[in-house]
Design a protein around this ligand. Structure first.
Ligand code: NAD
Length: 254
C-alpha cells in the first residue's frame, strides 16, 4: 500500500529557498524519487526487490542458470512497474535543469525516469547503469530487452550476444560489479565543485555512491536531504526535509 503523502512544510520551505539561491546545484537521487511513479524502492517494507532479489555479479558470472534466473527476476520486476511515469520529483529536477539552476543529476536509479521526465540524457549521470536495455559484456553491443526476453522465453537459457557469443547483461551495475569510471569521475567532480548538493530519496547506505554527499559537504556545499525516513547522513546535512519528495519539490516545477 502506498503511504499517504506528507512533508515537514517548514523544512521544505527552507530547502526551496536555498535551492532558489543556489548557483551551482547538483541533484543526487535514489529509489525514493521513483516510488511516486510506482517503482518500488529497495528497503521499504514489503519491497518486491526482496522476492526478486538482484543476483550478485560473481554469482551471475559463474553460472548460466544464475544468469537465466537474473533475467527472469528482472522481467518480473519490469512487469511490476511497466508504464511508470515520471514523478513530481523527476519533473521538478528536470525543470531546474532547463532553467540552468541545476547542473546535473547524479542518480543511483536505473529506471530512466529522469530522462523521461525531461532531463537531457547528458545531464543525468547514472552511477548504477540503466535497466531499460542490455549490453554484451564482451563486445559492448547493445541489445533491446524485447529481443532478450524473446530469447529467454523461447530457449529458457540465458541469452548470448548474436554478434560475438558473449554474455548479455542488463546495462546495470550489479552488486560486486565495477563502478563505471567516467560516471564516477564526473559525479566526484560535480560534488567537489557545487554550492548545493540536493539528495532526494536515498537511504545513503550504498557505497561508493553515498560518499558523494560527504565529499560535497566537505568541499563547502550546502547539503539538503529530502527523505521519508532518517538517513545515514542526516547529522551532517544543513537542511533535512522529512517527507515526500513530490510535496517538497513539486512547487519548484515551472
Ligand atoms: P533505498 O531503497 O535504500 O532508499 C530509498 C529511500 O527513499 C528510503 O529511505 C525511503 O524511505 C525513501 N523514500 C521512498 N519513497 C519516498 C518518497 N516518495 N519521498 C521521500 N522519500 C522516499 O534506495 P537507494 O538509496 O537508492 O539504494 C538502493 C539501490 O537499489 C540503489 O543502488 C539503486 O540503484 C537500486 N534501486 C533502484 C531503483 C530505481 O531505479 N527506481 C529502485 C530500487 C532500487
Amino acid at each position: 500500500m502506498t503511504p499517504r503523502a506528507f512533508v515537514d512544510e517548514e523544512a521544505a520551505a527552507d530547502a526551496r529557498a536555498a535551492i532558489l539561491r543556489a548557483r551551482r546545484m547538483v541533484g543526487f537521487t535514489g529509489a525514493g524519487i521513483s516510488t511516486e511513479s510506482g517503482v518500488p524502492d529497495f528497503r521499504s517494507p514489503g519491497s518486491p526487490w526482496m522476492t526478486h532479489k538482484p543476483i550478485p555479479f560473481d554469482v551471475w558470472l559463474a553460472s548460466e542458470e544464475a544468469r537465466a534466473e537474473a533475467w527472469r527476476r528482472k522481467f518480473a520486476m519490469d512487469d511490476i512497474y511497466a508504464g511508470a511515469q515520471p514523478s513530481r520529483g523527476h519533473r521538478a529536477m528536470a525543470s531546474l535543469i532547463s532553467r540552468d539552476m541545476m547542473q546535473a543529476i547524479v542518480t543511483q536509479n536505473i529506471d530512466g525516469l529522469h530522462q523521461a521526465g525531461g532531463a537531457p540524457a547528458d545531464r543525468v549521470i547514472e552511477l548504477h547503469g540503466n535497466g531499460t536495455y542490455a549490453k554484451c559484456l564482451s563486445c559492448g553491443f547493445r541489445h533491446e530487452l524485447a529481443d532478450v526476453r524473446r530469447q529467454l522465453e523461447t530457449s529458457h537459457r540465458a541469452p548470448v550476444c548474436e554478434a560475438c557469443g558473449g554474455m548479455v547483461k542488463s546495462a546495470t551495475i550489479s552488486f560486486g560489479q565495477a563502478m563505471p569510471v567516467e560516471a564516477m569521475q564526473r559525479a566526484d567532480a560535480l560534488a567537489r565543485d557545487c554550492d548545493l548538493f540536493l539528495v532526494a530519496g536515498s537511504s545513503l547506505v550504498v557505497f561508493p555512491a553515498a560518499t558523494l554527499p560527504v565529499i560535497a559537504k566537505r568541499s563547502g556545499a550546502t547539503l539538503i536531504i529530502i527523505n521519508r525516513e532518517e538517513t545515514e547522513l542526516d547529522d551532517i546535512a544543513d537542511i533535512v526535509v522529512r517527507g515526500d519528495i513530490g510535496e517538497a519539490l513539486g512547487p519548484l516545477t515551472n
